[in-house]
Design a protein around this ligand. Sequence first.
Ligand code: ZNA
Length: 311
Amino acid sequence: MERVRMMVTNFITSVAACLLLLFMTRVAPLRAHLGTTPNIKHIVMGRCFNYVTLVKPDSRFDCEEIWRAFEEAVLRQASCDVACEHYRRLFRAMPQTGACHRFLLWSKTRKLTQDYAAVARHLWTLEDTLAGYMFNDLIWCSQQEDSRRPLPATGWRGDQSQGQAVSATSVSDFDFGSCPEWSACLHHPVHSLWRQASKNFAEMACGNVTVLLNGSIEKAFNRNSMFGSVELDGLNPQRVHYVNIKVATNLDGPFIESCGRGSVADLIHILQARGFRWTCSDSDRILTMLQCVHKPEHRACRTCADTHPGI
Ligand code: ZNA
C-alpha cells in the first residue's frame, strides 16, 4: 500500500515539474536567458584600457567615449530593439584598420580558432579588434521591454525582416536578471553589435583571407550564420586576393563535410561566381596537431616514432 502511495506521489511530482517547466518556457520566452554580465562596465572599460595600453600601445581610442556610446545605444531602446544603426556612434569611436594577409574568419569553430590564432600569431580574428576584444563573451540588454510578441527562431538572416519597431525614448538600466534569447528579438542588442562588427571586419579584409569551418556538422557553411550572411557578403573581391578555406573535423568525427562535399562546395561556387580566387584544405596538419594537444593518445596523433619506437 505504502509503495503504491509513493509511486503515485512520485508520478504527481514529475507531472507537476513537467507542467511547471512547460509553463515557464511558454510564459517567459522573451526573458529566458542569463542577464547582463555582472560588472559589465568595469569589464568593458578594463578591456579597453588593457587594449590601448598593452595590446596595441600605439592606438588612440577614447575608452570613456566608447562606454558612453555603448550605453547610449543599449539603454535608449527597448531591449529587443537595438539595431545595428544604434551602434553607429560606438563604431565611429573605434575606427580600425588591419594589415593585409592576416584575416581569419570562422564559423562553428570557436575553440579551434582560438587555439589556431594563439599559435599562428600573425592571424587576426574579429576578437583581436577593439570591438571584438571588449565585448567577447559578454551579454547585455536593457530593462526596457517592448510589447512585441516573440518571433519564431528564424536564424540570423530572418533578423533582417521588416517589422514595426517599438522604440523607447527614456533611458533605463541594464537588466542583470535576464536577457532575451537572440531568436526572440527583431533587433537583439548583442546580435546587432556582432553583426555590425562582423560587417566592418569583413569589409576591411584584404590580401589572403583564411576561413575556418567545421566539417563535423551538416552545413559547415551556413547562409544563416554570421559568416554566411554578413561576412561573406562583406568581402570585396577587389581587395581580397585569395580566400583560403580550411575545413576541420573532430578527431573522432563525424566526418560530414570536406572541400568537395556538402555546403563547402556551395561556398566555393559562391566565391567563384563573385570572382574570388580560392583554395580549400580539409587535412591541415597544424589544425590536427592543435586538436592532438588535447588528445595526444588518439590514433590520428601517432607519429612515426610512436609506430616504430626502435627507429
Ligand atoms: N566572439 C563572439 O562572441 C562572436 C563573434 C559572436 C558573434 C559573431 N562573432 C564573429 S562572426 C566571429 O568573429 C566570426 O568571424 C563569425 C562567426 O559567426 P558564425 O558564422 O555565425 O559562427 P557561430 O559559431 O555560429 O557563432 C559565433 C559565436 O556567436 C558563437 O561562438 C556564440 O558566441 C555566438 N552565438 C551564435 N549564436 C548565438 C550566439 N550567442 C547567443 N545566442 C545565439 N543564438
